[in-house]
Write a protein that binds this ligand. Structure first.
Ligand SMILES: Cc1cc2nc3c(=O)[nH]c(=O)nc-3n(C[C@H](O)[C@H](O)[C@H](O)COP(=O)(O)OP(=O)(O)OC[C@H]3O[C@@H](n4cnc5c(N)ncnc54)[C@H](O)[C@@H]3O)c2cc1C
Length: 388
């Protein structure tokens, strides 16, 4: 057994071995929001630590560069839905965590760098959603009371049916506005986080897919089959979210694909904001005079429980229908581009930040809330690792 951290890589030069992979204190697998924030926080706690991020893609290839950029803490129906699995206290704690996480992200990256815009959020209800709407009406005052101490706003959720015509929506009967919701530019956020990590001395190596982790007495060996390398680190943080089961099959986190489209610029786009529909399963927003629309995984739950990127005709059609019949009715709309991203979900809406062995910590299962809680979860992972 090796007693010091080294790399085993048949074709690396002496120079490469002596620099890039030498004496790694913490290796972080995954360069999403969580991995980057964990790395940044580790360097803040101890600037002398050698922290290395190992990423399989050329860019981060999960959810953090693919998401919709909603800086949100849940639509009213989503929060009510959560009450089926969680107590009111747990739901409010999660809202508080999301709220605090967004403040941390803004403090870390800066509102300007995030291209943060506070246009608010809206939940749409169609005639078929009458029961859901009534459930929201019933709980609206209770949630507003409870949320006021978190958001500092007396009425976080407000009925705003008058805006339906202004926004040009069709088949929409009701709108509930959330004035405390904002939106960011996801790409700019990730660019800024990567820059910050590098400034602090974090090395980010891409094109390295870790296939296996073996913990020996005083180090962890990470095997990367793509390069036939074994990389050694004293401690490891696994921040692979929706892909976590590839490395740790027993972890309670399942992948969930989300399909997204973006339109070409629209001459007179009548709305700005983040929009939620069907308990958050569908979502859309404005960005640079375009509409970004995604979701629909609830239409094919089995098929969409996958960590493979891709598209299906069923969901593509559902998104097209929503766009043309409800969001931009009567307008000629051209789709510019499609993509998909992979979420990490569980039975509970709670991230997992725990040791799976003495030197390997996981920080995964961010659900559809990673923009909001990713900073806190990454930081929590770093602090937990530093405590031992
Ligand atoms: C389409 C979509 C829309 C979303 N919209 C929103 C939103 O509006 N607001 C919000 O708050 N949240 C949203 N989310 C959720 C949010 O994006 C995620 O919760 C968050 O990005 C998760 O960050 P992460 O760092 O945990 O994981 P990821 O960003 O998935 O990062 C994991 C990284 O690990 C890498 N990796 C995986 N396996 C390996 C391996 N074996 N070796 C090396 N590297 C590996 C991956 O390539 C990836 O880069 C959305 C997600 C999707 C998919």
């Amino acid at each position: 057994m090796m007693t010091t951290n080294q790399i085993h890589a048949p074709n690396l030069s002496y120079w490469e071995k002596e620099t890039f992979f030498k004496d790694i204190d913490v290796a972080i697998i995954g360069s999403g929001i969580v991995g980057l924030n964990a790395a940044i926080r580790l360097k803040e706690l101890d600037a002398n630590l050698r922290v290395v991020i190992l990423e399989r893609g050329v860019l981060p290839m999960g959810a953090s560069t693919k998401n919709a950029g909603f800086a949100c803490f849940g639509s009213l129906s989503e929060l009510i839905d959560d009450l089926a699995q969680h107590s009111m206290e747990e739901v409010l704690n999660l809202v508080a965590q999301r709220w605090e996480g967004l403040q941390r992200l803004r403090a870390r990256v800066g509102a300007e760098r995030l291209a943060y815009q506070e246009h608010g959020g809206y939940e749409l209800f169609r005639s078929t959603d009458q029961l859901r709407y009534e459930a929201c009406l019933e709980k609206l005052a209770e949630f507003n009371r409870a949320l006021s101490s978190i958001t500092g706003v007396a009425e976080t959720f407000q009925l705003q049916d008058a805006k339906i015509t202004q926004f040009g929506f069709q088949q929409v009967e009701h709108l509930i506005h959330n004035q405390a919701e904002g939106q960011i530019h996801t790409g700019k956020m990730m660019e800024a986080l990567m820059e910050l990590a590098r400034q602090k001395g974090v090395a980010i190596y891409t094109g390295i897919k870790i296939e296996q982790m073996d913990e020996a007495q005083n180090q962890v060996r990470l095997s990367a089959s793509t390069t036939d390398w074994s990389i050694y680190a004293k401690q490891v943080i696994v921040a692979t979210n929706g892909f976590a089961q590839q490395l740790l099959p027993n972890l309670a986190v399942k992948p969930a694909r989300n399909q997204v489209l973006i339109t070409k610029p629209i001459k007179k786009l009548a709305f700005k904001g983040c929009f939620h529909y069907d308990c958050g399963y569908f979502y859309f927003r404005n960005i640079n005079q375009r509409v970004l629309l995604g979701g629909g995984r609830n239409l094919a739950p089995v098929e969409e429980t996958t960590d493979a990127f891709g598209w299906t005709p069923l969901i593509r059609t559902a998104l097209h229908d929503l766009l043309k019949q409800v969001i931009l009715p009567g307008q000629t709309v051209e789709i510019d581009h499609y993509w998909s991203g992979i979420l990490g979900l569980g039975n509970q809406k709670k991230a997992i930040v725990e040791f799976v062995s003495p030197k390997i910590l996981v920080a995964v299962r961010l659900g559809g809330m990673g923009v909001a809680i990713g900073t806190l979860i990454g930081e929590a992972a770093a602090e937990k690792l530093q405590c031992i």
